[in-house]
Design a binder for this molecule. Structure first.
Ligand SMILES: C[S@@+](CC[C@H](N)C(=O)[O-])C[C@H]1O[C@@H](n2cnc3c(N)ncnc32)[C@H](O)[C@@H]1O
Length: 590
């Protein structure tokens, strides 16, 4: 802290914070008793200065303390621009609700923009912001005496306990504008912060079992608040307009399929969050009309130019990234004939990943590792999947099992050096956080099966923004493994892998994938997405000539065999599905 152009240390600041400052004399006496300096403050005005600074400090909570409130105040330019954008949609709201109003910029911008307002409700948990908002409103009317004065309530309350039904009922025949920028924080971040700032009903999307515990049960507080607002206000007349992360907008739209809220004319206006909030996240203004009908897709625009980008959302029961592109390629929507697999998961790269340096293996702790070669396989990560064919690896990994859950005691007798190395690091294995390793044999890995040992693989990275597929070839006659950021199918023959790669990399297949892959997702390519590609349909649209040009070394027999194989696979799969259905839903005897 600085005062009178001098730096004040933390202990001095803390001392002044705890000091009861009554008068100049008594304060100076107290300080003299502590440090001997006489008349520390010469004038009352000096004492007032430190008093002012300390009380300001008391009221300002540190960044980490505010983290649980997802506090990113909207600047006035952005709130003004938002209201102007809404005004162009010819709305004339009477009731404004700002559910987490912060310093009140949306309230002031609404006052400036909409002459129709009769009531304003702002709710906020942080008391100093309540004052900021009240003073801002007072300042606004002192300087703008010509404006009509609505009834304004700025309420110091926790939004999760606030009863919006009361406001909805009271103004049920009026036009609402629910506007704001709810907290930018997820429930998992709140649990790291040990915070209670989330709704009591956290599993509000009704995820079951593992989904509730893992990622799918994770949600943004802004998502909860938005859905809660729709729950109460979507049958009334009005407009909803929130600044939210794009991932929240996407989740709202996904949830809309289940909820059928009366929200329509849904739009997303992308903002530059770095410029507006100094955060690197994709965010936007999400707007929709309340009370008319239920829409299931939205149109995405640039906030600053209004330029249309694309439409995304539901097309019947499919959630797609680009509706126009999807309409042109949707015949490729189906069920993939092979099973896409995720690569190896071990959660212990320090020990399990090796590099070859000067003829030795070294691990990620930079230790030389002297073990048998048999369990060591080349390893590719997402970043290594570049180009059409890959047959070399920077990294290697130890494969302890042939299938999930397999006993690993054999390593001790067959590969004693490997066993010793693993055992030396057993504590690290046992400390792996994920619950999947609990109760499993020592040194267990996941993402392993017959498919991992197939010599030829068609693979794609889940993490990169590319949609092209590579072929992975064996190295020194040993199959190459992929890590769990990649997806793969294993093949016994090279030509089968090559044909599959060709079909997947065809322009129309690629366009289909791009129409369903969300480029802003952390994992753009997922197993779920890959399983949606209908290989049979692609084959039906592919002439042998194309393969001849694309692959070169292929005969018509290869093509016929491939198609027959695939047809057989599809037949087997469908029969399995039929069997499954008869077992679970036996036909009623008439
Ligand atoms: C992203 S900021 C936006 C503030 C304001 N809406 C704006 O646009 O400038 C989120 C606000 O939510 C408030 N907040 C967080 N948790 C809250 C809760 N449980 N109840 C009410 N307000 C809350 C924070 O204090 C913060 O002011």
């Amino acid at each position: 802290m600085n005062l009178f152009q001098a730096h004040i240390s933390i202990s001095v600041t803390t001392y002044f914070s705890s000091l009861e400052i009554v008068s100049l004399n008594s304060t100076n006496d107290a300080i003299e008793r502590i440090c001997g300096v006489k008349n520390f403050f010469e004038r009352q005005s000096e004492l007032n200065e430190i008093n002012k600074l300390i009380s300001k400090k008391r009221n300002s909570i540190s960044e980490t303390e505010r983290a649980e409130y997802g506090d990113f105040q909207t600047n006035r330019n952005l709130s003004d621009a938002t209201c102007n954008l809404l005004k162009q949609q010819l709305i004339s709201p009477k009731i404004i609700i700002e559910p987490t109003c912060g310093k009140g910029n949306f309230i002031i911008s609404s006052l400036k923009t909409f002459k129709s307002i009769t009531h304003i409700y702002g709710i906020e948990i942080y008391k100093p912001y309540i004052w900021e908002t009240k003073f801002a409103v007072l300042d606004f009317f002192l300087n703008n005496t010509e404006y009509c004065i609505p009834k304004i309530k700025i309420i110091h309350y926790n939004i999760f306990d606030f009863d919006f039904n009361y406001i909805a009922k009271k103004h049920q025949n009026d036009e609402f504008l629910i506007i704001g920028n709810p907290p930018w924080v997820t429930n998992s971040k709140l649990s790291v912060l040990n915070s209670n700032n989330f709704p009591k009903k956290s599993n509000f999307k009704k995820h079951k079992g593992l989904d509730a515990i893992t990622g799918k049960g994770n949600f943004d507080i802004a998502e909860y608040i938005s859905l809660n607002i729709f729950e109460i206000f979507s049958n009334l007349k009005g407009t909803f307009s929130f600044l939210i992360k794009n991932s929240v907008a996407k989740n709202i739209l996904k949830e809309q399929k289940r909820k059928h809220y009366k929200i329509s004319n849904i739009k997303q206006f992308n903002i530059d969050a770095k410029k507006e909030f100094n955060v690197s996240v994709n965010a936007s203004l999400f707007t929709c009309t309340l009370g008319n009908k239920s829409d299931f897709s939205l149109s995405e625009h640039d906030f600053y130019t209004s330029k249309h980008i694309r439409n995304y959302g539901w097309v019947n029961d499919k959630f797609v990234f680009d509706i126009k592109q999807y309409q042109n390629t949707k015949s490729y929507e189906g069920k993939f004939s092979y099973e896409w697999r995720q690569g190896i998961k071990h959660d212990l790269s320090k020990i399990m990943e090796l590099e070859r340096v000067n003829g030795h293996f070294i691990n990620n702790k930079q230790e030389i590792v002297k073990i048998e070669n048999e369990l060591v396989f080349g390893l590719l990560k997402s970043s290594d999947l570049k180009g059409k064919k890959v047959n070399k690896t920077r990294k290697f990994t130890i494969i302890t099992q042939k299938k999930i859950g397999q006993e690993t005691k054999y390593i001790r007798t067959q590969y004693p050096k490997t066993y010793k190395y693993l055992l030396n690091n057993v504590v690290l294995f046992n400390n792996r956080k994920s619950s999947i390793y609990k109760g499993k044999p020592l040194f267990s890995i996941f993402g392993i099966g017959d498919y991992s040992f197939k010599p030829y693989k068609v693979a794609i990275s889940g993490m990169y923004k590319t949609t092209t597929f590579s072929i992975v070839l064996p190295n020194n006659k040993k199959p190459i493994m992929l890590d769990d950021t990649c997806y793969l199918i294993g093949f016994d023959s090279l030509i089968e892998a090559e044909i599959t790669q060709f079909l997947l990399n065809k322009e129309k297949t690629q366009a289909f994938i791009r129409s369903i892959a969300f480029t802003d997702a952390k994992r753009m390519i997922t197993k779920e997405l890959l399983m949606r590609i209908d290989l049979n349909e692609i084959i039906n649209n592919t002439a042998y000539k194309e393969l001849e040009i694309g692959i070169g070394a292929i005969s018509e027999i290869d093509w016929i065999n491939y198609r027959e194989n695939l047809a057989q696979k599809t037949f087997n799969r469908n029969q399995q599905l039929d069997l499954f259905e008869t077992m679970h839903y036996p036909q009623q005897k008439i």
